[in-house]
Design a protein around this ligand. Sequence first.
Ligand SMILES: NC(=O)c1ccc[n+]([C@@H]2O[C@H](COP(=O)([O-])OP(=O)(O)OC[C@H]3O[C@@H](n4cnc5c(N)ncnc54)[C@H](O)[C@@H]3O)[C@@H](O)[C@H]2O)c1
Ligand SMILES: [Zn+2]
Length: 377
Amino acid sequence: MKSKIINVSFNNNFENSSYQIFIGTGILSNCDKILGKFLKNKKVILIHDTFFSLEKGGNKNFINFVEAIKKSTMNVKLISISGGDKTKNIFELNRVLEKSLSYEIDRDSLIIAFGGGVIGDIAGFASSVLLRGINYIQIPTTLLSQVDSSVGGKTGINSRKGKNLIGSFHQPIAVIADIDIMDSLPKREFLAGLVEVIKYGLIKDKSFFDYLEENYKEILNYNQLKLKKIISKSCEIKSEIIKNDEKENGQRAILNLGHTFGHAIESFGKYDGTIIHGEAVSIGICLAFKLSLKMGFCDQSETERVINFFEKLKLPTSFKHIKNFSITASKILEKFKYDKKNRNNQLTFILNKKIGESFIKNDMDIDILTKFLNEEI
Ligand SMILES: NC(=O)c1ccc[n+]([C@@H]2O[C@H](COP(=O)([O-])OP(=O)(O)OC[C@H]3O[C@@H](n4cnc5c(N)ncnc54)[C@H](O)[C@@H]3O)[C@@H](O)[C@H]2O)c1
Ligand SMILES: [Zn+2]
């Protein structure tokens, strides 16, 4: 299968950085052609998910990838990190930083992040602060990371106060999304990634949402052509949105549909895997549509259509799926305070006028929100 290439560029980026996303199958074992120019004789720190550890017997895609990059540089050091949000903390970041420095990196050295969003976020953040910033490449290995976290340069870790509160904007120099690497991905993780794919249709492209509704069965069966199509479309929509707003001073925030609720829900789970990011966002998107309906922005049939689709996919859609978290409206409102979209103590939400049209709602009325939460919990 020929790989699809998407260009990511920024209109307001002073460094004028732009990069390419390569999407397809069989790319990792031939990646010296793509990455050779970046790697040539450089010191490379390959930060990978423990799942791929060579000591564990390895994974053929990962082994082929390591062989391929060795065609361009023999200077490769490996650091492994466990996947899962529990790892995305300051202690793990510190371990990665100290270990990278112990390999005597210099400013020409390069980090490669090989894993899901957790590995990409930590490795990306590490590369933004090591020696005040070195280059990195993203090799996303989950659906979620291929369609979302590897693109756009948001990097970071979680704080006890909430998700992704410590971080930086630091764009990668290339992204390779090889569909083959997802052969081993558990269904639950795949579905969680699909939530972010659906999100793109909901915020900006109704015909893409229609396509997902019509083709979801083949997508769930890992049909490679359809996967390539939905990954490409997702990356295209994301790069189009971030092009004019690299650092989220405006429209980029609509990519956060479902995430204000989602991040709060996730933090109740203490990142122990009871609920994973995409599942929390699934509930968050359904709540955002219900809130849009309640406030008169969106009609009932559109809201029901969205919730029905998530239900069909057997994704969680309401607080009743997480009863054991003992959530209350006031505890959630407390979590909302730390949302990065807030300005001047005012809460900001992403709501929808219809499927395919999200908008930024500033100055959210706390009374309406409290009433809504009390009804939903
Ligand atoms: N930076 C951004 O713009 C951005 C955007 C969206 C999400 N995120 C972040 O991404 C994270 C979620 O990403 P994720 O779902 O990829 O998480 P993850 O990296 O924890 O991966 C999920 C699970 O899949 C396993 N895994 C990874 N690749 C695999 C493979 N090929 N085969 C089998 N198992 C595999 C991991 O070990 C882990 O258990 C969250 O922390 C979220 O906040 C960041
Ligand atoms: Zn997300």
